[in-house]
Design a protein around this ligand. Structure first.
Ligand code: ADP
Length: 160
């Protein structure tokens, strides 16, 4: 199988995201993690830092994963990468509603693109970037949810 684009805010990347990448690689040869900004979420971590943290957190996957920022329509980004597949993860019923709305809009923009929705693994179903940001903002320990580079990022923020 060819390349798949995995879009999201990754604000920051968590073990839940990494699990979707790992399982996506069972279906596709290459995962392009596409980091955008979401209008209804506080960007909080700069795009440049989110990209660097994703690269480091996913470095074990070597050349099978690449990480890029994007600020175009998702369908344009997908076409630019010469693929027809988008990967997303599903945790809750709320995710399900949101994902379906998003994919239906995107399918209206380009019906040739297919969406692969992977259910979360039990281990990470409770993990979200929003909760990680919240815990980290109070100086809590987030090492059970994110890679060491993200823990380090928050540690450095605190000492600044
Ligand atoms: P967005 O703002 O586009 O929802 P996120 O970074 O929050 O971006 O999420 C990107 C994708 O990863 C979404 O499909 C989301 O459902 C999925 N995801 C996030 N956390 C998890 C998790 N713990 N398990 C499985 N999928 C997840």
């Amino acid at each position: 199988m060819p390349t798949v684009v995995y879009p999201g805010s990754f604000n920051p990347i968590t073990f839940g995201h990494a699990n979707i990448v790992e399982r996506g690689l069972k279906l596709f040869n290459h995962v392009v993690v596409a980091i955008g900004t979401s209008a209804d979420k506080d960007p909080d971590i700069e795009l440049h830092d989110r990209i660097e943290l994703c690269r480091e957190a996913l470095s074990d996957f070597g050349g099978h994963v690449s990480v890029e920022g994007f600020n175009t329509l998702l369908v344009e980004f997908v076409r630019k990468h010469d693929t027809k597949f988008v990967l997303r993860g599903l945790r809750t019923v709320t995710d399900y509603d949101y994902e379906f709305q998003m994919l239906e809009m995107n399918q209206a923009l380009d019906p040739s693109i297919e969406y692969v929705l992977l259910p979360t693994s039990n281990e990470w179903s409770h993990v979200s970037s929003t909760r990680v940001r919240e815990i980290a903002s109070y100086g809590g320990d987030v090492s059970a949810f994110v890679a060491p580079c993200v823990v380090e990022y928050y540690r450095n923020l605190k000492s600044d």
